[in-house]
Design a protein around this ligand. Sequence first.
Ligand code: SF4
Length: 236
Amino acid sequence: MEGRRSIPTWLAEAPAEEVLAWADAEFGARAAIASSFGVEDVVLIDLASRHAPRAGVFTLDTGRLPPETYEVMEEVRRRYGIAIETFVPERAAVEQLEREKGFFSFRRSVEERKECCAIRKLEPLSRALSGKSAWITGLRREQSITRAEVEPAEIDEAHGGIVKLNPLARWTEAEVWRYARAQELPLNALHARGYPSIGCAPCTRAVAPGEDVRAGRWWWEQPEHKECGLHVRGGR
Ligand code: SF4
């Protein structure tokens, strides 16, 4: 990773297209789009195909993703003619976790859930960001209380002070869906089955109408715990 950077203040109010164009001019292929292939991420990839075409796309293939996510990954790969770089967990760490704690240890406590996320997501993410100067995500403020303060451009202290861009930070859910439908984007089939937010299969379920969009993620936990540690702000 490169050293600490500063970010221009105008990015805080800039439209997504301008945030991406700035990333392209500033970082080119040293920026990477992190995607878990929910609707926001596909919107982001579509926008980036025009405004930040040199940024690669990566995903964390945890080994527990639903088949619908692989389907949309393949559709995106074909539609945009891009290689999707997958980062899988360290084999030995997963083998040890499953041997010692079984296959659903994440349901037993927040600590054990975070242990699984650390092995299957955080360690692969640190490899994905190695050598990058910036990463780009589809985070939105509206998604949850843990994301309410997300800025379009941040310095990511948790990953060596590289730049983290969240071009959709100020988008509403309605704006995301309007864009996705207008562009006829490939979408994860689980969205139509009541899953607004999609992660690993055993840790994601459908939500009832009117429920928080991330209510189906780790539904057995309190809302303030519902992050996997990928998106840490201000040392929290
Ligand atoms: S979301 Fe669930 S299965 Fe996926 S890494 Fe985290 S605890 Fe493990």
